[in-house]
Ligand binder design. Structure first.
Ligand code: FNR
Length: 354
């Protein structure tokens, strides 16, 4: 438990440090909404409300699952929870696994609900747990949904990580079948492929957060924590949110987009590529660590206001309307589309079908 606790502190420290570096290029830079100079509408006409499962969210932004369970991360969770309450933003917790058998750690997660009694809260658990453990995680937070994370790359790099993945599908199926709240299956920064999304669909999963590469990089974080032999060669492995969203099957789970979202423009790009809502972890963690809830609230308000302005600029009265806007994909993303048989040319001219 002690090793697990110090890991949680390391994750927050190293992820926040990654954010203080200059924003790095990622696949969102290869996604360009074509500028049509006469297409703009009034910002006052924009309605950012978004339907996800049976909810209507006031904006498509949500705070993705990160942390909890140690004194330091409990303090971070308190700041994030207050910010979620003040902005009405849905919020995920960090993995509750460590709290299932440790009442002291449990308090570090419960703070998310205590500070935000009426908010939309997601519990979080790693795949491989039993349906009963998943239910206990939901109960701990009186959660409205359950995030189940798939993190095989991270486990491989962590010295204390698992290397036994063959039971994951059965675990997931059992959790999904038994859960009384919607299940959101997510990656932790390595993306979900078409094949994975099809398998999730067949298991009855309705919501999947692709959580791709290009933002918080657990390969880098775990390598920074290791002392001896490392897995530096896995840094950058995986698929970005952009690629995952392009690859997503039409009849798959409702896609949520996260991983590498640095700005409101990245959020617009994710929405235009099919994300129903957009998750942000690292970019909202940094202000929580440096300035607490007030700073997170200020950042979220700026993002929301800019998100509205960008909808007006692109002539999209709703997030859904972004799905009819012309999008150019460049560079490695274009190559990905060619190799995966995705029609990037149709994407570039889709406003003509309107
Ligand atoms: C995470 N993430 C994460 N995900 C999860 O499902 N369970 C978890 O316990 C954690 N823990 C965690 C800790 C910290 C400090 C960070 C920054 C992130 C992953 C997170 O939800 C998200 O998938 C990735 O961080 C990618 O998004 P960003 O950071 O690029 O916006």
């Amino acid at each position: 438990a002690a090793a697990s606790a110090s890991r949680k502190d390391d994750h927050v420290r190293l992820a926040a440090a990654q954010r203080r570096e200059p924003a790095t290029r990622n696949d969102f830079d290869d996604v360009e909404l074509v500028h049509h100079a006469l297409d703009g509408i009034d910002a006052s006409e924009v309605d950012l409300r978004t339907r996800v499962a049976h909810w209507t969210w006031r904006s498509p932004l949500y705070l993705n699952g990160m942390t909890g369970g140690t004194p330091k991360t409990t303090a971070v969770n308190r700041e994030l929870a207050v910010a979620a309450r003040e902005t009405g933003m849905p919020m995920g917790s960090g993995s509750i696994g460590i709290a299932l058998d440790d009442p002291d750690a449990a308090a570090g997660f419960r703070v998310i609900r205590e500070e935000n009694p009426a908010g939309l809260v997601f519990a979080n658990i790693g795949v491989g747990r039993s349906a009963d453990e998943a239910r206990r995680a939901v109960d701990l937070l009186e959660a409205d949904a359950l995030q189940v994370h798939l993190n095989a790359v991270q486990e491989t790099i962590m010295p204390e990580g698992s290397r036994a993945f063959s039971g994951w599908a059965a675990s997931l199926e059992a959790i999904v079948a038994a859960s009384e709240v919607p299940v959101i299956v997510k990656e932790v920064g390595f993306g979900l492929s078409r094949r994975t999304l099809e398998r999730l669909r067949d298991m009855g999963v309705r919501l999947a957060d692709v959580s791709g590469s290009g933002g918080t990089d657990f390969a880098r974080i775990e390598n920074a924590r290791r002392s001896a032999s490392d897995y530096a060669f896995l840094i950058g492995h995986g698929s970005s949110a952009v690629r995952s969203l392009l690859d997503a099957p039409e009849d798959g789970p409702t896609p949520l987009g996260s991983g590498g979202v640095r700005t409101p423009l990245d959020a617009v790009r994710a929405l235009a590529l099919g994300a129903r809502a957009v998750g942000v972890a690292g970019a909202f963690l940094a202000p929580a660590v440096s300035g607490g809830a007030a700073e997170v609230v200020a950042v979220v308000r700026t993002w929301t206001s800019q998100l509205r302005d960008l909808h007006a600029l692109f002539g999209a009265p709703t997030p859904e309307a972004l799905l009819t806007k012309d999008v150019l994909v460049h560079g490695g993303v274009r190559e990905f589309c060619e190799l995966r048989g995705i029609d990037a040319r149709a994407l570039a001219r889709r406003s003509e079908d309107q």
